[in-house]
Design a protein around this ligand. Structure first.
Ligand SMILES: NC(=O)c1ccc[n+]([C@@H]2O[C@H](COP(=O)([O-])OP(=O)(O)OC[C@H]3O[C@@H](n4cnc5c(N)ncnc54)[C@H](O)[C@@H]3O)[C@@H](O)[C@H]2O)c1
Length: 360
């Protein structure tokens, strides 16, 4: 039997402790070798008996047997840690977004040789869900028609005035970019997984701050056009006081398909079928587990594929492509302007000082 891979978890905050840690502890081919967490407050919450807890990732380098890191740190910290790991030959599964701007990403990753960059898997967790994979298959087969109307609505991170840790974390995150940079990393990745790598024309974008005390706008949206004629509407929001149902909807002449983002269940009503795909267990456990399966395979030099035969592991190029779209959207959203270079047709929002030039 193959020996388990010795993995370290770097960053044991909300998602590190809440989703990566259980996945790592449950995986039969993973031995959790160490956890790195500098914050004493977060360290006190770690429940992983017998696993050494360190306060600096550099300490991991002393142990050559720890060949893989799962990096679940804020995106303004992630690039330095990823670079440290891959330069020392460690495989890394790094949380999205891989940086908060393309400039920061290029600085961190731009000069990595291809074989070093190939050690990085980007944490686009939900692309691994069977629902997204089935939806990609339906679109690729033309079962829903062509062109398509696509709507992606994601509202997350409820405003809870009693949860001060969450409020501070969200403020710190918003200070590094609109929700489209953070939450939107998944959305940008889904669009590429579902519709392909073609550049999208941005026709309209908006953002809104529901609370002037927030460091950035917390609701945002955009209308885009795909060169094949598909129309895409996006809405991404944080910090509303009540939940808003999230969905990925694809409609065309052949049928309609909807993923309920909370459960990641897929409902298809097409000319060929009426079907419901409900994945096993809860969305988080399922997707972090599947993502880790693929990371283990990637670490072993395997090249896992999706049911449509595409590479299943998102690499640096995928992380950069998602960030490029997120950043382009964020710039246009903040300005309320269309992206004229990519085919938009309107003028800038009448916000004082909003520049009229094109996005890119
Ligand atoms: N894949 C997903 O579905 C998903 C879901 C939520 C969050 N995320 C991403 O995960 C990342 C972390 O988000 P979070 O909500 O858990 O944030 P968090 O602030 O709760 O956790 C980050 C942790 O990293 C630690 N940290 C900071 N600097 C460090 C360093 N140098 N070495 C080791 N640890 C360090 C912090 O102390 C903190 O405990 C973000 O990039 C976020 O976008 C991904």
């Amino acid at each position: 039997m193959t020996a388990p891979i010795r993995v370290a978890l770097v960053g044991a905050g909300d998602i590190g402790r809440g989703a990566h840690l259980p996945a790592l502890l449950a995986h039969p081919q993973v031995e959790l070798a160490a956890i790195v967490e500098p914050s004493p407050v977060q360290r006190a919450l770690i429940d992983a008996p017998g696993v050494p807890v360190l306060d600096d990732a550099e300490q991991l380098l002393a142990d050559e047997s720890v060949t893989a890191w799962v990096v679940a740190t804020p995106p303004w910290v992630t690039p330095g840690l990823v670079r440290l790991a891959v330069e020392h030959g460690r495989h890394v599964l790094a949380e999205k977004p891989i940086a908060t701007s393309l400039a920061a990403a290029r600085e961190a990753y731009g000069d990595l040789p291809p074989e070093t960059a190939a050690l990085l898997q980007v944490g686009f967790t939900y692309r691994h869900d069977p629902a997204i994979e089935r939806l990609a298959e339906l679109i690729a087969d033309g079962a829903l028609g062509d062109p398509l109307q696509v709507r992606v609505i994601v509202y997350d991170e409820l405003d809870d005035p009693l949860d001060r840790e969450h409020a501070e974390r969200m403020r710190a995150t918003l200070a590094h970019g609109l929700p489209v940079i953070h939450e939107g990393a998944h959305v940008a990745d889904w669009l590429r997984v579902l519709l392909g790598p073609e550049e999208l024309a941005l026709e309209h974008a908006w953002s809104l701050r529901t609370d002037p005390a927030l460091p950035a706008d917390n609701l945002c949206g955009a209308s885009l056009a795909h060169p094949a004629g598909h129309r895409i509407e996006l809405e991404i929001g944080w910090l509303l006081p009540a939940p808003v149902a999230g969905e990925i909807t694809v409609r065309g002449r052949g049928g309609c398909a909807t993923i309920d983002v909370a459960a990641f269940s897929l409902r298809v009503e097409s000319r060929a079928e009426t079907a419901e795909l409900v994945g096993a267990g809860d969305r988080t456990t399922r997707c972090f587990g599947r993502q880790l399966d693929r990371f283990v395979a990637h670490c072993r030099g395997e090249r896992p594929t999706t049911p449509t035969g595409r590479p299943a592991v998102p690499l640096l190029a995928d992380g950069l492509a998602a960030l490029a779209l997120s950043e382009r959207l964020a710039e246009a959203m903040e300005r309320g302007a269309p992206d004229r270079t990519a085919g938009g047709a309107g003028g800038p929002r009448d916000r004082p000082g909003a520049p009229a030039e094109a996005t890119r």
